[in-house]
Design a protein around this ligand. Structure first.
Ligand code: ARG
Length: 580
């Protein structure tokens, strides 16, 4: 069965073709949820654009489409509104039938992409020998949600953790580690590594002798000196252990196999520069090798270079990204590459992606998507920092989220047994942290606020998780097995039932739209609206107290709501709990 949206689109298209000729059948019917439910369930808004094209008043265009519209077996009512809106009311039987089908569908009503693609998602990408901080929260959480969403619509996702594991900073790091008598076999915690990193940086800046030795160490590293490489490998391995524990705690779908760090491209960089040269794209600028991506200018209006090789022969972050893109398109054969990188690196993305296009290395068939995001701010609207002014460690946030959620749960539901309470606290804490990050438009900064993210009302994870748990409690109270309940017919006679079903039926189109727009906050808004409509339904329509078929119908709506909340939250990387 096609989803409702698609069925409506087809009918409007056919009517448009009948009224104005086949050449207009391809126009987007612009089906939207009705802005006012009094007028119908949906509206088709194409008459405005079509009227302009045809040089006719939109109202007349809308009338002609309505006259040609086949309503048979789908629509119970059609009317005109405003300058040319076509209001559509779906037959109750059709809504009911779709709800029943959605409940039976293993995919939860999410349509599979017509042409499944190989999609690379570059996300998280922390740096070796440094702890993950709040800045990595967003890339990790947003990337994870996008991976899950793209997989749900049937794409093959290749996750790439573009680890910062190479570069000149490793010279000072390794030199300092050797001075400190570091034993590659013995290991070190992430905290110790960060402290060593800071110490190395300080020595590098203050101590001329150390500075010279650190520079020599970089040369050794790049030349493949075995002793140096051994320390470097140990560092990378220790960091990967640590990243793995963080991802595990967060329930993020990233493993060691997904790591393609900067070092992976090391032996491909010379070829990238060579290829730029052969194509005539390479220029010299003050001894450095550069390219000029079209359309970039500095403050003086001069063309802005992107350096790909320094005068000392060293390669840069941009060179690595060129090599990575070539690898992803030519080796992984990606049809789409998604970069989940903070807005400060927006220009970097634009410059290397423009270069890839103008060199013809990535053609128009391959989509390069930049998923930028704003910063996490403190209550003072400045960058989120600890009280002593340090960047906030990601693990501290995870700890605190669980601690605060545990306290809230102990207060709200003191009867939960200890082990369950701990699991619930983890799910609620992690869910709240993620949801707060995902629920706002990602390009905006957001203020980190524990009280708001853990609030039980409003557009928060606890509200949605609680809605889910409430539904599960209805089944427990009625002594009905949730998983086994199949439901029968569905009634949409009450307006609260109808409103709920309409929202439920929009789930598939919503997931599809997030896979396109890469904006998880749309899904959050959808789920919030779903929970709100559910509560309206629950207040207006007794469930356990009703009888016979009506009781089954309402239980079916409860179950479908719970499953949709679970699926939707699952796409955001958030786990539901049966009680809280
Ligand atoms: N390691 C970088 C950082 O922490 C992020 C890498 C993003 N990905 C990329 N392909 N450049 O800023």
């Amino acid at each position: 069965m096609h989803d409702l949206q698609t069925l409506l689109e087809q009918r409007i298209r056919t009517a448009t073709a009948a009224a104005f000729g086949d050449e207009h059948a391809a126009i987007d019917p612009l089906i939207r949820s009705a802005s006012n439910p009094q007028h119908g369930d949906f509206q088709a808004n194409l008459a405005m654009a079509l009227g302009k094209k045809l040089g006719q008043p939109p109202r007349k265009v809308a009338e002609a489409i309505v006259d040609a519209l086949d309503t048979q077996g789908l629509l119970a009512g059609v009317s005109l509104g405003g300058p040319g809106f076509i209001n559509l009311t779906v037959e109750p039987g059709v809504l009911a039938e779709h709800a029943v089908a959605m409940l039976a569908d293993d995919g939860g009503g999410v349509p599979r992409a017509g042409t499944p693609q190989t999609v690379v998602v570059d996300y998280s990408s922390p740096n070796v020998a440094k702890e993950m901080h709040v800045g990595h929260l967003r890339s990790t959480v947003i990337g994870d949600a996008l991976v899950r969403t793209l997989e749900a619509v049937g794409h093959t996702v290749v996750r790439q953790n573009h680890l910062g594991d190479w570069g000149t900073q490793f010279g000072m790091l390794i030199e300092n580690l050797k001075d400190a008598g570091f034993d590659p076999q013995a290991g070190a915690s992430a905290g110790e590594l960060t402290a060593l990193y800071k110490a190395a940086k300080k020595r590098f800046d203050d101590d001329a002798d150390f500075n010279t030795r650190a520079r020599a160490r970089v040369v050794k590293l790049q030349a493949g000196d075995e002793e140096t490489l051994a320390v470097w490998r140990a560092l990378v391995a220790l960091s990967n252990d640590y990243f793995e524990t963080v991802y595990g705690r967060m329930g993020v779908k990233l493993t060691r196999d997904d790591v393609r760090g900067e070092s992976f491209y090391n032996d491909k960089l010379a070829a990238v520069v060579g290829r730029l040269d052969e194509g005539g794209h390479l220029k010299e600028s003050q001894g450095a090798k550069v390219v000029f991506p079209e359309g970039f200018a500095d403050r003086e209006g001069e063309p802005l270079p992107m350096i790909v090789q320094k005068s000392d022969g060293g390669y840069l972050y941009a060179t690595t990204d060129l090599a990575a893109a070539v690898y992803r398109v030519e080796e992984i054969k990606a049809a789409r590459v998604i970069y989940v990188i903070g807005l400060p690196q927006r220009q970097h993305f634009q410059m290397f992606s423009t270069t890839l296009r103008q060199c013809g290395w990535v053609d128009d068939a391959v989509r390069l998507d930049y998923v930028g995001f704003g910063s996490v701010l403190g209550a003072d609207k400045k960058m989120f920092k600890t009280r002593s002014g340090e960047t906030v460690r990601l693990v501290d946030l995870l700890d605190e989220a669980e601690k605060r959620a545990a306290a809230a749960i102990a207060e709200k539901n003191p009867d939960l047994p200890g082990s369950e309470a701990a699991a619930v606290a983890k799910a609620v804490g992690m869910g709240s942290l993620k949801y707060a990050d995902l629920s706002g438009d990602r390009v905006k900064d957001y203020v980190f606020d524990w009280d708001r993210m853990l609030a039980l009302d409003g557009n928060t994870a606890p509200y949605l998780l609680y809605s889910y748990a409430r539904i599960r409690s209805i089944f427990r109270k009625g002594d009905i097995a949730f998983d086994g309940f199949a439901g029968g017919q569905v009634s949409v006679a009450a307006s609260a039932e109808r409103g709920l079903v309409l929202q439920l039926l929009g789930f598939g189109a919503m997931v599809e739209s997030v896979a396109q727009s890469l904006e998880p906050h749309r899904l959050c808004n959808y789920l919030y609206e779903l929970a709100t409509r559910y509560h309206r339904f629950f207040e207006a329509c007794p469930v356990l107290k009703s009888e016979g078929e009506l009781r089954d119908s309402r239980l079916a709506l409860c179950k479908l709501t719970a499953l949709t909340l679970e699926r939707g939250l699952g796409l955001l990387g958030i786990e539901v709990v049966e009680r809280m």
